[in-house]
Design a protein around this ligand. Sequence first.
Ligand code: KG4
Ligand code: ZN
Length: 357
Amino acid sequence: MIVLGIESSCDETAASIVEFNQAPAVRSSVVATQHDLHAEYGGVVPEIASRAHAERMLPVVRAAVSEAGLSMSDLDAIAVGHRPGLVGSLLVGVSAAKALSWSLGVPLVGVDHVQAHLYASALDQDPIDYPSLGLVISGGHSSIYAMQSATRTERIGATIDDAVGEAFDKVAAMLGLGHPGGPQVERLAADGNDHAFDFPISRLSPSSLDFSFSGLKTAVLYEIKGRPPARKLAGKPPRPPQVVPPMTPSRSADIAASFQRAAVAAILLKLTRSIDHVQPVKSLVVGGGVAANQTIRQALQEFADTHGIQLRIAPMKFCVDNAAMIAGLGACRLQSGDDFEPSEFGLSLTALPTSAS
Ligand code: KG4
Ligand code: ZN
C-alpha cells in the first residue's frame, strides 16, 4: 500500500510517501518550514500560517511524490492530519487531501497529529512491542498514553496549562534567544550548571498524571526580571524591590540548564507515576519536537533501562512535525479494519481543533 501523508496543523507544510507492506518504509518526506515567517513575532501567527500552507501545499505534495520516484496514479490512499491544530491551517491540508482523494478515486483517512507523533518511532524500524507507555512532548502537547497498539490508545495524562515545548520557547524568549527556542535553550544549557537554581518541579496532586509547566516558566521569569512588587497591605511596610543580578552569559546558561533539569524531572516524575497504568508494559514510546533534546533522550533511556522496557523514541528527523508519521499511522489505520467515524473518513472528514482522547 502506497500512502501519501499530508500535514499542516501548525507551521510546517509537509507531505510524505510511505510504503506499507509488513512495516512502514518512508519513500520521501518533504517539510517546508515557516519558521522564518513567524520569527519576528516570537510565535506562530495563525493567519500567516494558513496563507503559507495554501501557497506551499501543492509544490510540497508534488515534491514528495516525485522524490519517491512515483506519479499521482501510483497512490493507493491518502492520510491527512485533521486534528488537533490551528483550524485555518488544518483546513488547507484537509481540503487538499479531499481534492486529491476525490480526483484519484482513492480512500482518505484522517489521523490525529498527537497519536501520529507516537507512531514516528515505528518508521523505517522494527515493529513496536505493545502494550506501551506513550509520551508526546511537543510545542502544543505534553501527554501520556496507555497504548494497546498504534491505533488503540488512551490518553491518561495531559498538561493543564503550557506544553513543555511552549515552556522551552518562552524561556528562550525571556533569555533573548530566537524562535523556536527549544534547540537554543538546549545549546545554552550545555554550558551551564543545572543545579545553579532550584526551579520548581510540578507535582499536582499525589496521584496526578497531568503536567503543569506554567509555575516553572514563572519561576524562570522572576529569576530573570525579579519578582513584581508585593501588593500594598494596610499597616505593613512595603516590600523592598528585588535586586536581580545583571544577566551575564554564564548566568543565562545556568538558568537554561536549571530550567531544563526541572522540565526533565517533571517528565520523569509523571512517567514513574504512569507506568503501573499499563501492565504488562513492554516499551516506552516517545515522540514530539522536544524528544529531539539529547538530555531528555538520555534521561528517557535511563528510565526505560531502570524499568526493563524498550525505549522507542522517534529518530531526530521525525521528532518535529512531518508527514511521514501521518502517512504511516494512516496506513496502519486503513489496514486495521477499524470502523471510522464519518468525521475521520472520506469527503465528510472534518478539521478539528482538539485531540482525540
Ligand atoms: O512536534 P513539534 O514540531 O510541534 C508540535 O506538534 O507542537 O514540536 C515543536 C516544539 C517547539 O516548542 C520546539 O522548541 C521544541 O519542539 N523543540 C525542542 C528541541 N527541538 C525542538 N525542545 C527542546 N529541545 C530541543 N532540542
Ligand atoms: Zn507536532
